[in-house]
Design a protein around this ligand. Structure first.
Ligand code: FAD
Length: 311
């Protein structure tokens, strides 16, 4: 039976949701093994073993892996791939996209990125042209490296599995990169990729103060995550990790509220799979209304405060 090795993405001792969707994809390829890399990650390894469908967890616990530097993590995955596994399957997140190509390079195989479905053992679908077309791709590599679009697969249950946990030793610090520092934005709000409701703002907000002054209270009322268009991020209204779209995050919440966002295809590529899309825009011809389930034509500076007050 084929073995699919899933990269477990974790932060602060918690396994991220994108990993759960990746497990579901991997389960369609063979026996699921999980790879947990970090320092002091024993509890993460045990949590990974409890994920439904995980048969075995390989834990590489070493100071060299404390900051998840891709240059140090990739050789651990590549060694397991050479010896035991047929597929390396990583979430198509910033972390997964940093590590998977390095694993592919070490194995001298191509990577199939951002898969939407597993058609067979060697055939997958993936979006191209910002999601406007879906390509079916077949890989003839003996070992396959895949990244998985989290919104395209159901999340595996966090509990229910009883995988065996075993330590693996990697090559430690490769000495080609070092951790300098991290500036993390702390927020009480749900993370964009796991939020059930997202309110997202565009260029129309006009300034950082107006963006946060209007959107944050609305998000608080809805217990929503806050997203932004690239134009809003580029203009400095919102931090980089708020960006939704082709070159930002791919999200599919229950409700996505796009405010003062025109609906360029690069933005739609990141949110069009949302269950219900609400658009607020003063231009009734804005393309966002073509994908919106509920549309409100009007001035956001009037509508947003009114909406926040009424909620
Ligand atoms: P605009 O297009 O300027 O739209 C502003 C909207 O606000 C308009 O529809 C206007 O009618 C409305 N408006 C103005 N004032 C008001 C008001 N008072 N009340 C209500 N509505 C108002 N974009 C992304 O978002 N994410 C990406 O990941 C991304 N990746 C890209 C990758 C590439 C390679 C390229 C080329 C572009 C990418 N873009 C991305 C940019 C994208 O093409 C658009 O430029 C961007 O999404 C526009 O942002 P916007 O809708 O906020 O701004």
């Amino acid at each position: 039976m084929s073995v699919a090795l899933v990269l477990v993405e974790h932060e602060g001792g918690q396994i991220k949701d994108a990993t759960l969707a990746t497990v579901t994809a991997a389960a369609q390829l063979g026996e699921v093994h999980a790879l947990v890399v970090g320092q002091g990650v024993g509890a993460v390894g045990e949590a990974a073993a409890r994920i439904a469908g995980v048969a075995r967890v390989h834990v590489a616990d070493d100071a060299a892996y404390a900051h998840n530097l891709a240059e140090n993590v990739a050789p651990v995955a590549a060694a397991l791939m050479r010896d035991h596994c047929d597929y390396f399957v990583a979430p198509a997140t910033t972390t997964g996209k940093n590590i998977a190509p390095r694993v592919a390079a070490l194995l001298d195989v191509m990577q199939v990125s951002d898969i939407l479905s597993v058609e067979s053992a060697d055939t997958f679908t993936r979006p191209i042209y910002a999601g406007n077309a879906i390509a079916t791709v077949k890989s003839s590599d003996a070992k396959k490296v895949l990244t998985v679009r989290g919104t395209a697969f159901e999340k595996a249950a966090r509990e229910g599995g009883a995988g065996a946990v075993e330590p693996v030793s990697g090559e430690g610090d490769k000495g080609i990169s070092s951790f300098v520092g991290a500036e993390l934005s702390k927020s009480e709000r749900p993370e964009l990729t796991s939020a059930k409701v997202i309110v997202s703002g565009g260029r129309a907000f006009g300034s950082n103060e107006q963006f946060h002054g209007l959107l944050d209270p609305l998000a608080d009322k809805l217990k929503a995550g806050v997203g932004a268009s690239r134009a809003a991020v580029d203009a400095g209204y919102a931090p980089n990790d708020y960006q939704v779209g082709q070159t930002g995050k791919i999200v599919a919440p229950e409700v996505y509220i796009a405010i003062g966002i025109s609906g360029a295809i690069q933005h739609l590529a990141g949110m069009k799979d949302s269950k219900t899309i609400v658009a607020i825009n003063k231009d009734e011809d804005a393309p966002i209304f073509q994908v919106a389930d509920v549309g409100l034509v009007g001035d956001l500076f009037k509508i947003v405060p009114e909406l926040t007050e009424k909620l």
